[in-house]
Design a protein around this ligand. Sequence first.
Ligand code: FAD
Length: 299
Amino acid sequence: LAEPLFADVAGDIAVSFEFFPPRTEKMEETLWQSIATLAPLGPRFVSVTYGAGGSTRERTHSTVARIQRETGLEAAAHLTCVEASRDEIDAVARDYWAAGIRHIVALRGDPPEQGKAFASHPQGYANAVELVRGLKAVAPFEISVAAYPECHPESRNRAADLDNLWRKIDAGADRAITQFFFTPDCFFRFRDQAAVMGIDAEIVPGILPVSNVAQTRKFAGQCGADIPDWMDRLFEGLDNLPAARQLVAATVAAELCGRLYAGGVRHFHFYTLNRAELAYAICHLLGLRPAPQAAEKAA
Ligand code: FAD
């Protein structure tokens, strides 16, 4: 029998956590509890998403600024090109810089109305490549961009998608964070193809611990990720057993991460959905422990 998956982990990983801006007071409380739980793990950065059509502009800004101000963590702001002119986006970026935010996750974004083709603002950035260039002209931000191990649904083919990623890196992006995926081979194939294309920036797998398959399927349909049939089978009959569902979710995500680790991955980006437990448990399995001072403070 092979060694247990986590027998050789050394805690030699970097992690980052993604959150979305809360809509209600209750959600805000959950978010800050999650940040407090995950902060001692010393993430390389934490990022806050930007709602479709810029709908969360204010909330993204205030959440990112508060994380940066109050936690000492590096906060990264997601920013999209949707329904905004270049001048408006540049102004948002300047505000971030003034607030001490040095890291932007630069995205084209999706059209506000689902199913419609993306149309850029007449005076806007047309895509993420242009946005990266624009942001770099505003200030020397660290920039992360999106990558798609299973191809973006709008791309002509795999080669065009990789070429687009190459152009984002060439425009000044420092790393790519992937859309979620559920088999390690999917990521390794993509990493190899990117290397062949001469993409030398770090490609960080985006990990989505799934505990609600129906909801994830809805998401996945929009972004070109495939949910394997075995995922449905694993969650069958657990609708009314939330704790069992969490255990299954942790097992599935942890196995994916363990295999990615065995394949050399050392930075994991977690789509937390503002919940700490699953991401925390997986980081723990990968050998990550709170920094000693942080552990003392928490005690
Ligand atoms: P781009 O890199 O610009 O590319 C989009 C597609 O168009 C690709 O298929 C590309 O090949 C094609 N394309 C681009 N330019 C050209 C061209 N000149 N000619 C031909 N084809 C071209 N969305 C949000 O609204 N808010 C968020 O906070 C957010 N965060 C995300 C975080 C991560 C890590 C990821 C992976 C995605 C995130 N998204 C977010 C979703 C993202 O906005 C969508 O996937 C969007 O459809 C594409 O954005 P992009 O930056 O990848 O676009």
